[in-house]
Design a protein around this ligand. Structure first.
Ligand code: TXA
Ligand code: MG
Length: 313
């Protein structure tokens, strides 16, 4: 079954109707592909958890196309709108206090009194949200704890016919998931490193933000399960001298079978990361992968976070 759809006005209409009617549509964002459903349709939201085999205690991000949506659902203040103005649309997700009493979104929020929300920077995602007329909840469109998808083909490989439509928008430009910040307290806490550099947020705010260490087994904070983004093969990180039988992913001057960015560009490395982990998975003859050291500045923080979890047993 081929459920990958090229971009066209007709396919966008079909995708919006699918969302409205409780179906699942995978769609491109600038970070990774999302597995989308109508936030108000609890049965559709439940089918996301089923398709991904994801536990219900792990809440979903609502994707919106208009900032005004926040007024209805979340406690907002000047800081929230200033951050939205600076970073949206873009790879930054806010955790906000919920103010609504709408039980239909309880499942999407895993029963928490917080709403997790972002405005993606991708024309297909924004058009789909606008045409559907509802916020679209979307986790990454992959099986729970496996490598996230950055192409429509990756989605098809992982989820197949569990999704009604896959909208093809080519390869994702950012390549790692959004940065998540908790704005429910006085002090901003970063819950997941991602496509927006911590340094950029701090420069904008003029203050340092805290980083949540989280619990390795209970996802009180997002994406913080110890094992996540995992390829099938074993993975070692921070390697300069790979073993003979290891498939080696290089970075910068440390060359390998593949190189995330020969010029040492972290944005390029992030964009290649998940696709290269998949390639390594298919090509590693001895079931072993090693990855060169990556600096921890800028997008390197997110890359190292993903690699550390991918290498966890
Ligand atoms: O870039 C992205 O963020 C992609 C694209 C599709 O937008 N989405 C994504 O969603 O990465 P997902 O579900 O794979 O990761 C979201 C993470 C989960 O680990 C979840 O635990 C966490 O966000 N999360 C969501 N709401 C939360 C909340 N209210 N409090 C704490 N963690 C939350
Ligand atoms: Mg995910």
């Amino acid at each position: 079954m081929n459920n990958i759809y090229e971009y066209s006005a007709q396919n966008m209409e079909k995708a919006a109707a699918t969302i409205q009617n409780g179906g699942l549509v995978a769609f491109p964002t600038e970070t990774v592909y999302g597995l989308g459903a109508n936030v108000y349709n609890a049965a559709a939201v439940a089918s996301i958890f089923a398709a991904k085999q994801r536990p219900h205690f792990d809440p979903l991000i609502s994707h919106i196309a208009e900032v005004d949506f926040l007024n209805e659902y979340a406690a907002t203040d000047e800081r929230v709108f200033a951050l939205a103005k600076r970073f949206w649309p873009g790879p930054l997700t806010f955790v906000l206090r919920r103010i609504d009493e709408n039980p239909s979104i309880d499942l999407a929020c895993s029963g928490l009194r917080t709403l997790t929300v972002r405005m993606p920077n991708h024309p297909i995602a924004l058009e789909l949200i606008r045409k559907s007329g509802v916020p679209i909840v979307a986790p990454s469109a992959n099986k729970y704890q496996s490598v996230s998808p950055t192409t429509a083909q990756h989605v098809a490989e992982g989820l197949g016919d569990k999704v009604d439509m896959i909208l093809d928008g080519g390869a994702c430009k950012v390549g790692v998931e959004s940065t998540i910040i908790d704005l429910t307290g006085k002090k901003i806490v970063m819950l997941r490193a991602g496509g927006t550099a911590k340094e950029d947020i701090e420069a904008f705010l003029g203050e340092r933000i805290d980083v949540s260490i989280g619990s390795p087994t209970i996802p009180t904070a997002p994406g913080q399960m110890r094992r996540h983004y995992a390829p099938h093969n074993t993975l070692r990180i921070n390697i300069t001298e790979p073993a003979q039988d290891e498939y080696f992913i290089g970075f910068g001057a440390v060359d390998g079978n593949l190189n995330l960015s020969p010029s040492g560009n972290l944005k390029e490395a992030a964009a290649n990361l998940f696709a290269y982990l998949r390639l390594a998975d298919t090509n590693a003859e001895h079931g072993k992968i090693a990855v060169a050291p990556i600096p921890t500045s800028d997008l390197g923080l997110a890359i190292n976070d993903r690699l550390k979890r991918a290498s966890s047993k």
